[in-house]
Design a protein around this ligand. Structure first.
Ligand code: SAM
Length: 239
């Protein structure tokens, strides 16, 4: 009987492929989820879709799973990056989790002029949040989470074929419109303090950037990320 357990593994998946488990994975499957030999769970690795796999060896320090059959093909999200200025730790984790559930293909924390310096990030922990969100939401892909980078730097190397949905809080109350341009996109959400005038001038001068309102009220940065992802997905994405 297949369990509802889904596990992201950093290992190839395919018919007859055996997958060794780390100590932590063994603890999760056999200690926390109480699975034993013969149980079947779902594996994803971000590249080969979802596979049903049987527990062939269960131990305290490790174990082995055997892939049996592909249960879902790889489903990539649209080519949509989410750039956001880090806010308080747990709310930054929330933004990463929603980015996965709502179909971003890359998550890029960016340091803007008004980003509070206390808002450091741990890239490894945020990547783990992204993987957990993929396991939980039934996805077969977990987007890479970049380390914190200065917005200036990111824009300097910007791929010019990628449109940028610049969520500008000064447009509060304007109609919410997005150009009907297919292809690679990115969303940019500012910090609690919003964008500096210099940043706004620079962004507005970029021909691939489109300043967008997110409605008549000021949204918290984490709410804004969810709103922007929804607007983009509904207009141009895979929803
Ligand atoms: N400190 C700013 C102020 O009070 O005007 C608010 C910044 S808001 C908390 C954080 C980010 O969410 C903004 O930089 C922007 O990217 C986005 N945002 C929030 N509300 C928005 C709106 N109504 N329209 C466009 N962007 C919005």
């Amino acid at each position: 009987m297949a369990s509802k357990v889904r596990l992201y593994v950093d290992h190839p998946l395919g018919v007859g492929q055996s997958v060794p488990l780390s100590r932590e994975q063994a603890h999760y499957l056999f200690g926390v989820m109480r699975l034993g030999e013969g149980a079947v769970l779902s594996l994803i690795n971000g590249a080969h879709g979802e596979w049903g796999a049987e527990v062939v060896k269960a131990g305290r320090k490790g174990g082995i799973l055997l892939c049996q059959v592909q249960t879902a093909p790889l489903q990539m999200p649209p080519d949509l990056w989410l750039l956001f200025a880090p806010i308080r730790k747990e709310r930054t984790a929330f933004i990463v989790e929603k980015a996965v559930e709502m179909g971003a293909s890359r998550v890029m924390p960016v340091q803007t002029d008004f980003t509070q310096s206390a808002n450091r990030i741990r890239q490894d922990k945020l990547q783990a949040h992204a993987i957990e969100a993929a396991e939980q939401c039934g996805g077969t892909f977990a987007p890479p989470v970049d380390d914190l980078a200065k917005l200036d730097r990111v824009l300097k190397d910007w791929p010019t074929d990628r449109q940028l949905m610049f969520c500008d809080e000064l447009l509060i109350g304007d109609p919410v419109t997005l150009p009907d341009t297919q292809g690679p996109w990115a969303i940019l959400i500012g910090p609690e303090g919003g964008f500096s005038p210099a940043e706004r001038d620079r962004l507005r001068g970029l021909d691939y950037a489109h300043a967008v309102s997110l409605g008549p009220r000021i949204l918290r940065a984490d709410t804004a990320a969810v709103a922007a992802l929804t607007i983009w997905q509904q207009a141009l994405g895979d929803w």
